[in-house]
Design a protein around this ligand. Structure first.
Ligand code: KIV
Length: 257
């Protein structure tokens, strides 16, 4: 079974696990436990301290994705198309083809619904698998991040957009910060899976930024749960190394040519 069909077939059977990776070593470990690895443009804020994902370039996404590819053996690898790289059908196809060719990823993710449906349709027509992204769209936010689905207009738009994306062939949709009842309704309405982030347990799967769940990236976002304090282990290792260098315990004969 093709990787994408396998992901779709999990709907209503087992939860889909998705995490981000930005480099080979992380991807290698994450790959063993997840179904989807996303090279998210969140790398802009997590790795480069950019104030917005709008600053992430196609070259940055491609370079990180090339590294991730080296660590991914079994998961479906999805790469975020950065801001301004899919403004028109022509630019979307040119840039998505470049991403697929240079990174050998399995699919791309684009943020938005009806406003970018022409681009999504065009990519799929040209055999480029697309993952959708609705709700809070970081590439469109100016100012504070807010949850979505709070009033009738937002609810109607979200439901219509989700249906439109499915009708036009996306294989899954990320729902970011969508109110619980709306995420539940969208998930029930669709035959393709929803992958939630801050959008409740009712989604078909979940995604988080790996650096956040490991406690590498300090954040106060409501949906982030810190599953490990990895900084504690980094501190321990680095402290031991520094101490052994200073006391001349390291390098011993064993570690010297
Ligand atoms: O950029 C990203 O990492 C994402 C996920 C958090 C959904 O889009």
């Amino acid at each position: 079974m093709k990787k994408i069909d396998k992901i779709i077939s999990k709907k209503n059977k087992s939860k889909i696990v998705c995490l981000t990776a930005y480099s080979k070593n992380f991807a290698e470990e994450v790959d063993k436990h997840v179904d989807i690895i996303l090279v998210g443009d969140s790398l802009g804020s997590v790795l480069y301290n950019y104030s917005t994902t709008r600053k992430v370039s196609l070259t940055e996404m491609i370079n990180h994705s090339k590294s991730v590819r080296l660590g991914v053996k079994k998961s479906l690898m999805v790469v975020d198309m950065p801001y301004k790289t899919y403004d028109t059908t022509t630019s979307a196809l040119k840039n998505a083809k470049k991403v697929l060719k240079e990174t050998n990823c399995d699919a791309v993710k684009l943020e938005g619904g009806r406003k970018i449906i022409k681009q999504i349709k065009y990519l799929i027509k040209n055999n480029i698998p697309v993952m959708g992204h609705l709700g809070l769209l970081p590439q469109s936010v100016k100012g504070k991040f807010k949850s979505k689905g709070k009033n009738d207009k937002e609810i109607k738009q979200l439901i219509n957009d989700a249906n439109l994306l499915e009708k036009n062939g996306v294989f899954a949709i990320v729902l970011e910060c969508v109110k619980t009842p709306i995420a539940k309704k969208i998930t029930q309405n669709l035959n393709i899976p929803t992958i939630g982030i801050g959008s409740s347990v009712h989604c078909d799967g979940q995604v988080l930024v790996t650096d956040d769940l490991l406690g590498l990236n300090e954040t106060k976002i409501k949906f982030v749960k810190k599953f490990l304090n990895i900084k504690k282990y980094i501190k321990e290792g680095v402290k031991r190394y520094a101490s052994e260098v200073r006391s001349k315990k390291y390098p011993s004969k064993k570690h010297s040519y």
